[in-house]
Design a binder for this molecule. Structure first.
Ligand SMILES: NC(=O)C1=CN([C@@H]2O[C@H](COP(=O)(O)OP(=O)(O)OC[C@H]3O[C@@H](n4cnc5c(N)ncnc54)[C@H](O)[C@@H]3O)[C@@H](O)[C@H]2O)C=CC1
Ligand SMILES: O=C(CO)COP(=O)(O)O
Length: 341
């Protein structure tokens, strides 16, 4: 436990923000969970439960739940931004005038800014909150399993050793373990990219894919992730860690994943807009697919699974035709880090 208490703000009263805020409050640190909706904040504070996102899981009595952003952020030593990528920049801009100097800021979002510039969430924080130490938290972390007390590991990535040490101390518990990594870009890309492949694996499962196919998809997904990350200057070895293969396996094999559920529904023939609208939570993989497809084309990075899913979701191609094309295309190398194809 950190020698003194750390004042923490968690922004975003959804599944993941609520889960990590609760851990930190249970650990005895003054913790504020900010959610934008005042009525929802008051109901959660009274009920000591986030019934919309994590029904049935009581929240620590010491956890402060508020819709007052200034109150939440004021004098915070450490701020977690658990806001979906579509609104991430606007929230970062809102806290800019409120942050104490030296406050450390950590993104938990696993997405890419939707404006087509391929901006990562930590890059948004750097742009909007320059001068503040920045980190990224990612890994195989289903919020529902965290609050259920399942043993979980996560990774905090930052150039700042002080930030990684503080996050490790603030979040650690008997059921939550945090590993450090210096490759912030690689950890962040891992968290974002895996959501694309979760959609693919959910779709395959809905269509009756067996274990052979799931194993092939997981392996070739990892190959594409490493190839793309290398082209982006990240360390491909990062993808052998929790934010890479760890989160890929988790999210591609469980219907606890929103992205997996989107893919499954698509595999059953449901229209994308209906599926996303019916989810009630964020599924970052749909936007990430658009951004990664564009970036891979721009950089001429070979990502057949990304291109195949893109053609199904946005070019109305039949799944069966795309699968046939992928299976009968040019055969290449198994492990090809450093090779173009
Ligand atoms: N780092 C990790 O291991 C994990 C990260 N995540 C990521 O963290 C982010 C949040 O995920 P969840 O909490 O699961 O999403 P969620 O869909 O459960 O909740 C999103 C929350 O953001 C709020 N929100 C949306 N737009 C907003 C705005 N403009 N201003 C203020 N609040 C706004 C919503 O009201 C909701 O409370 C996502 O990018 C997700 O991929 C999710 C699970 C694990
Ligand atoms: O990132 C997650 C688990 O690590 C949550 O995945 P989904 O966003 O697909 O639910």
């Amino acid at each position: 436990m950190e020698s003194h208490s750390v004042r923490v703000a968690v922004l975003g009263g959804g599944s993941f923000g609520t889960a990590i805020a609760n851990i930190i409050a249970v650990n005895g640190h003054p913790t504020y969970l900010w959610m934008r909706d005042r009525d929802n904040a008051e109901v959660c504070a009274q009920a000591r439960e986030n019934s919309k996102y994590l029904p049935g899981y009581p929240l620590c009595e010491a956890l402060n739940i508020t819709s007052d952003l200034a109150l939440a952020v004021d004098e915070a030593d450490l701020v977690f931004v658990s806001i979906p990528s579509h609104s991430f920049r606007s929230v970062a801009q809102q806290i800019k005038p409120l942050l104490a100097s030296g406050a450390q800021v950590v993104s938990t979002a696993k997405g890419i800014e939707p404006d087509g510039g391929f901006t990562l969430m930590s890059e948004i924080l750097q742009q909007e909150l320059s001068g503040h130490p920045i980190g990224v938290l990612s890994g195989p972390n289903f919020a529902k399993e965290i609050v259920a007390g399942q043993q979980t590991a996560s990774v905090i990535a930052s150039e700042s050793e002080a930030l990684t040490a503080r996050v490790q101390q603030t979040l650690r518990s008997e059921t939550f373990r945090v590993y450090a990594n210096h490759d912030r870009g690689g950890v962040e890309l891992g968290g974002a990219l895996k959501n694309i492949y979760a959609i693919i694996c959910g779709m395959a499962a809905a269509m009756g894919a067996g274990n052979n196919t799931q194993a092939m998809l997981l392996t070739r997904s990892l190959a594409e992730m490493g190839r793309f990350a290398s082209a982006m200057g990240a360390n491909p070895m990062t993808f052998l860690g929790l934010a890479g293969v760890g989160d890929l396996i988790l999210t591609c094999t469980s219907d606890l994943s929103r992205n997996y559920r989107v893919g499954y529904a698509l595999g059953q023939g449901q229209p994308l807009d209906d599926v996303v609208a019916g989810l009630g939570q964020v599924a970052e993989g749909v936007n990430t697919l658009r951004q990664v497809k564009q970036k891979a084309d721009d950089m001429d990075v070979y990502m057949p699974l990304v291109s195949g899913l893109y053609s199904i979701l946005f070019e109305r191609r039949e799944i069966a035709d795309v699968v046939r094309e992928l299976m009968t295309g040019e055969q290449s190398y198994d492990v090809e880090y450093g090779r173009a194809k």
